[in-house]
Design a protein around this ligand. Structure first.
Ligand SMILES: [Zn+2]
Length: 239
């Protein structure tokens, strides 16, 4: 099983690891800080550099395979047992962290303000997409929710990650946010909490304080049917 360094330190962007397994261009390491595409958050990209000859390989995709993280490289040549240093594209990852924490904040505001079920988030480097099941779906109302989220950002609350036993975690109301989603089949759940605002079982990478989000920018809505209403947003630096 790949040790997932990003779970406990989302700011770590360089590491050394050993190659445990290779299947063509797909590499399994003993540990990694590359976040695999999952839970609505897009994957990290970056480079692997082989220590003995400094040859660099581009990582073009990162996926979750069972309990491992598979790193797809751009060319063949790496071998099992090679020691490599990994470096993630930090600009991309940091934007995804800001979008992910922003999505949790929006989840909390939407749930408090309206009778809404979150049906899934999709976060890419370019923008965030939030799926909601909201009866009264209009632009003005959503804009007002986003303004409210931006007011909360100014309070600069702390964002924490920690672990709870599943039976303890499931006593917390709203810990599983997604509609129609069963809790993960794990004895211990990783929790992401925005102090006093939102608490969710989550495996993603987040900023450690709300101010790092900057400002949430409302891009628009899309109504694709009863259970397929979408809200698009981005995060920008708040200067
Ligand atoms: Zn999340």
């Amino acid at each position: 099983m790949t040790e997932k360094l990003f779970l406990d330190d989302s700011y770590l962007n360089e590491f050394e690891a050993e190659i445990l397994n290779i299947n063509e261009k797909f590499i399994i390491l003993n540990k990694t800080c590359f976040y695999p595409k999952s839970g609505g958050q897009d994957c990290d990209l970056g480079i692997l550099k082989r220590l003995n000859d400094n040859k660099e390989f581009q990582i073009v995709f990162t996926a979750k395979i069972n309990d491992d993280v598979s790193h797809e490289v751009n060319e063949l040549g790496l071998n099992v047992g090679d020691i490599v240093t990994g470096k993630i594209n930090w600009e991309r990852r940091y934007k995804l962290m800001r979008l992910h924490t922003a999505a949790h904040l929006l989840d909390a505001v939407f749930q408090e303000e309206g009778e809404v079920l979150i049906t899934g988030n999709e976060l890419t480097y370019e923008k965030g997409r939030m799926g909601v099941n909201l009866k009264d779906f209009n632009k003005e109302k959503i804009e007002s929710y986003i303004n409210k989220a931006n007011e909360i950002i100014l309070k600069d609350l702390e964002v924490k990650n920690y672990y709870l036993k599943k039976e303890e975690a499931l006593k917390i109301p709203g810990i599983i946010k997604l509609a129609n989603t069963a809790p993960p089949d794990l004895p211990v759940l990783r929790i992401t909490e925005i102090s006093g605002i939102d608490i969710q079982a989550d495996g993603g990478t987040h900023v450690k304080s709300l101010k790092e989000i900057g400002k949430i920018l409302f891009l628009g809505i899309e109504n694709k049917g009863k259970d397929r209403k979408r809200i698009y947003f981005d995060v920008v630096n708040n200067i």
